[in-house]
Write a protein that binds this ligand. Structure first.
Ligand code: CAA
Length: 385
């Protein structure tokens, strides 16, 4: 049976996110981008609406509406302000990690605070200056000292790293090379030995912050370990599978905003005596964007549905991420082209959409990494690896 209908709860979450995006996020998006304003107040309001924990159990303060509802909410929010949604996506990922791997004490200490805005947001500290795609090559170390840990090393590209009440930090706990020697830790903001560097001056998502982190003899208690020692890589990969659905949804939302802008511009703007929308060249661009975005939406929701139903979804999450981010990029590029010279200036939103969407082909695993993941699952399925 295939059912494309949304449940009442999914429709309600989607409508709540759509209204918030239209009424609160979208009107501020241009200024947020221009002045690099972090959306702290908006995150608190999203927390109050239950939109920071759409896929988090109610017992821990979430809305418990599932992975499909989460994807739908992300799509709506991203069409209003993409910079705000990256903080939402990472917060959701951190909450899901703690729900899945945290001890009861860790869950009760952090997950409700991530939902109610007390932590503002969460951060995911995996990448390092020398390695992003090859996550298993990270060098930050955590050594057992007494009944705790001492962490040394550095991280790069950490979304909201300067605003988060709690960070998940990956470190090498065994000299064994590669994926097996990694563990994950929960680090509270303000922990002595944690230093936050300068904001990156980014091309897009300028309202979100991205910072490097340094750990200098950062002491962590024994109970900062998340899951079991040595499970870090698996925790990261599982979290990224879910995170990729969030970023794919974000990409779709940006692409849809660009398509809407292009469609209304094409109806208003005249050339050679007629609205642009009457020219077939323009209609084909709009049609291609609409078709590709719809295909992206279905692929992303299918990954979310598999996740929600406890089925393997690694491949579908990667397919959704690579397809949605590339389709949305093309939709933004066409929207800019339809705007002509007006598309190239800050007075219109499409140049921001193009800048914002570009990173969705890079973070949470580049398009190339997604293709590796997809190909490996295929090769395994056909008994080749
Ligand atoms: N779920 C569970 N386990 C997994 C897994 C998954 N999806 N993928 C791999 N594993 C397990 C494997 O089964 C294997 O376990 P065993 O050793 O027990 O067999 C182990 O992990 C190692 O797997 P691989 O050999 O496949 O690992 P690899 O070193 O070849 O790496 C990779 C694979 C796919 C390239 C991975 O490194 C990767 O995804 N890289 C990209 C990292 C990334 O996405 N970074 C984003 C940073 S976060 C971010 O961007 C957030 C933000 O700010 C928005």
């Amino acid at each position: 049976m295939i059912d494309f209908e949304l449940s009442e709860e999914q429709r309600l979450i989607q409508a709540t996110a759509r209204d918030f995006a239209r009424e609160v996020l979208q009107p501020q998006a241009r200024n947020r981008d221009r002045d690099q304003l972090f959306p702290a107040a908006e995150l608190r309001r999203l927390a109050a609406l239950g939109l920071l924990g759409v896929n988090v159990p109610q017992s821990l303060g979430g809305s418990e509406a599932g992975a499909v509802a989460y994807a739908l909410a992300m799509m709506e929010l991203a069409s209003g302000c993409a910079a705000t949604t990256v903080a939402v996506a990472v917060t959701n990922m951190v909450s899901e990690i703690i729900v899945k791997y945290g001890s009861e004490a860790q869950q009760h200490e952090h997950v409700p605070r991530l939902q109610n805005g007390e932590h503002v947001c969460g951060a995911f500290a995996l990448s390092e200056p020398h390695t992003g795609s090859d996550a298993a090559a990270l060098k930050t170390s955590a050594a057992r000292v007494g009944d705790g840990w001492i962490v040394n090393g550095s991280k790069q590209w950490i979304t909201s790293g300067d605003h988060s009440g709690v960070l998940v930090v990956w470190a090498r706990t065994s000299p064994a090379g590669g994926a097996r020697g990694l563990s994950a830790f929960l680090v509270k903001a303000g922990t002595p030995g944690l230093f936050i560097g300068k904001h990156e001056d980014k091309m897009g998502l300028r309202g979100s912050t991205t910072v490097p982190l340094t750990f200098e003899d950062m002491k962590l208690p024994a109970d900062a370990l998340l899951g079991r020692e040595g499970d870090g890589f698996k925790i990261a990969m599982e979290a990224l599978d879910g995170g990729r659905i969030g970023v794919a949804s974000q990409a779709y939302g940006i692409g849809r905003a660009a398509l809407q802008a292009a469609t209304s511009y094409a109806r208003e703007r005249k050339a050679f005596g007629n609205p642009l929308a009457e020219f077939q060249a323009i209609q084909w661009m709009l049609a291609d964007s609409a078709t590709e975005l719809e295909a992206a939406r279905l692929l992303v929701l299918r990954g979310a549905w598999l996740k929600e139903h406890g089925q393997p979804f690694t491949r579908e999450a990667s397919m959704g991420k690579v397809y949605a981010s590339e389709a949305a990029w093309r939709a933004c590029d066409r929207a800019l082209q339809i705007h002509g010279g007006n598309g190239y200036v800050r007075e219109y939103d499409v140049e921001r959409h193009l800048r914002d969407v570009r990173v969705t082909r890079i973070y949470e695993g580049t398009s190339e990494v997604q293709r590796i993941v997809i190909a490996r699952t295929l090769l395994r399925e056909f008994g080749i690896q």
